[in-house]
Design a binder for this molecule. Sequence first.
Ligand SMILES: Cc1cc2nc3c(=O)[nH]c(=O)nc-3n(C[C@H](O)[C@H](O)[C@H](O)COP(=O)(O)O)c2cc1C
Length: 281
Amino acid sequence: MKRTMKRVIAKSFVFAAACVAAGDIHLPKPVTQGGKSLMQALSERRSARDFAGRDIPVQTLSSLLWAATGVNRADGRRTAPTGLNVQDTDVYVMLASGVYRYDTGQNALKLVNPGDHRAAAGKQPFAQTAPVNLFYVHDRSRGMKADESNTQRYAGIHAGAIMQNVYLFCAKEGLATVARANIDYDACAKALRLAAGQSIVLGQSVGYPPNDGYIGRQAAIRTALERAKFHESEVGRLKCELDREDGVMVYDVEFKKNGFEYEYHIDAKTGTVVKAKKERD
Ligand SMILES: Cc1cc2nc3c(=O)[nH]c(=O)nc-3n(C[C@H](O)[C@H](O)[C@H](O)COP(=O)(O)O)c2cc1C
């Protein structure tokens, strides 16, 4: 397998429905060190309801999910606490490419429903276009067993702990987010293909804030094709994703033509071509 392809599989998964073949997503190792101080993140924590159209890089998504409720100890305990460590709440992730369940043990997104189901994400329009919607889903079979009211109360608390972890990660990462209870729960449960005993406690939309100065995916593709002197209709397997390379955000544009594979890195802010590569396919 070519180095370029290995790289694509390992770290360059694009979420846009147009670019992704639906399947499980194996997440890269989350980054669990560094970032803003806790007090700074708390100072910056807030709800925001406007999102740029661009996707969240898979590395950032991996760290976000780990912050939400990832395993942080050898015995399988998590970043978010649960009463008696019942771990009764799953995080479902709705992207343009499909609905997935975050598998904390495997650090993977398990595909549960391919396709763009964001119309069912919530009643507020921003939820239907946000690049990432998280849903905190309670599984009664794993919940606190004492009595029904206890089960419900704990389910809410458990989702709340995850929600605040996500808020703090977003504050640290410069992402916009808002918790959401304003959901058509039946429609959304269908999109999430929930079984009996599973229920959505809360949703949370996540994305980049608008006007972040990035040129956008279409402009990056245009720049790469201009550099190669091809028209979009002439190339195959066109992919474009936002990625971080040596600390700089770039659009990684790839396509194939006449037995060659082309790869361009376009600086996400300036639109400059910072890398151009052509190799036999
Ligand atoms: C449980 C819960 C449910 C919420 N549901 C919604 C919602 O459906 N739609 C929305 O726009 N904001 C929702 N919010 C966000 C609140 O409106 C927001 O947290 C509140 O106005 C305080 O603003 P702040 O988060 O910036 O401090 C929800 C917040 C919580 C904690």
